[in-house]
Design a protein around this ligand. Sequence first.
Ligand SMILES: NC(=O)c1ccc[n+]([C@@H]2O[C@H](COP(=O)([O-])OP(=O)(O)OC[C@H]3O[C@@H](n4cnc5c(N)ncnc54)[C@H](OP(=O)(O)O)[C@@H]3O)[C@@H](O)[C@H]2O)c1
Length: 336
Amino acid sequence: METVNRQFRLAARPVGLPKPTDWEFTESPVPDPGDGEVVVKVRYLSMDPAMRGWMNAGRSYIAPVRVGDVMRAIGVGEVIESKYPGLVPGDHVNGLLGVQEYAVLDGNSLTKVDPALAPLPVYLGTLGMPGLTAYFGLLDIGRPAEGDTVVVSGAAGAVGTVVGQIAKLKGCRVVGIAGGPEKCRYVVDELGFDAAIDYKAEDPIVALGRECPDGIDIYFDNVGGEILDAALTRLANGARVVICGAISQYNATEGMKGPANYMSLLVNHASMTGFVVSHYGARWGEAAREMAGWLAAGKLSSREDIAVGLENFPDTLLRLFRGENTGKLVLEVASG
Ligand SMILES: NC(=O)c1ccc[n+]([C@@H]2O[C@H](COP(=O)([O-])OP(=O)(O)OC[C@H]3O[C@@H](n4cnc5c(N)ncnc54)[C@H](OP(=O)(O)O)[C@@H]3O)[C@@H](O)[C@H]2O)c1
């Protein structure tokens, strides 16, 4: 019997927040795999702020999704048919599966994951792309030293939770910035951050002055905008500002707002460096092994926020921009 694949395709390039009409929900038969290809039944999809950028035209670190194509998404799933020598039915894999129920892909493009070591959604968060982003951004660019004051925005999200926890492992004092009292409580009480600032309740410039009396040695920026500007006013001498993302700007309709307080870099002999995690592809294995060790030893805690049902994809993606997720936002497409 022919298997039907349901998919979300990009119908139009959004202006501002994506609207329901920017998507088309389609059905088509699952094609037979060619030589070297596998058929993957999609189990969980990663909801990433970057997906908003992939919907825009123009040059970036990756080609835009074309109008009419299945929306790009990282996912984990189960191999159900294989013409690739390295994978057999029953194997679980991580890769660019797309917003659909079945993906037919080159076996070379997939990474095998072990559901016995960690639940599948963890491979989209702490043991996946966001965890590696935290690892390389903090350790390679932030270069933490014991006693440093590290501030991370988006602190209760997929990347931020891991940044703060690794910084604690390295002996730093960690201050998180997040929206709302529950997220602030979570990062302090459950993840061991030293303090948290609710940017929706108080002025981040005032709060950073109180929580970082000796200044900020590393600011890991996930949000951009006014919070980046606030952090720039509180840098310590020799500070490193890590530009990981700018979610506050991704749906801007009148151009992104850049930092105004950048002269603080000059005054404090500080640096501001951007990065994309794919640049570190050659070292992913090494980092994933170290992170898996920390997770197994209870030194890292991982939280996934799981929404259910492929048909709920458009609204689930928007939860990132409404701040409705705590930990890694994942969409369950098919349970095990
Ligand atoms: N450079 C790379 O290679 C790389 C790789 C992965 C991710 N990233 C970036 O890392 C950042 C975090 O990604 P993630 O996957 O970990 O997402 P996330 O933090 O799990 O989810 C997004 C969070 O952003 C916050 N947010 C939304 N709108 C905001 C606004 N206007 N101002 C301030 N905060 C806002 C919300 O938290 P609150 O409730 O606290 O507002 C929301 O929960 C994003 O900017 C993403 O693009 C970069």
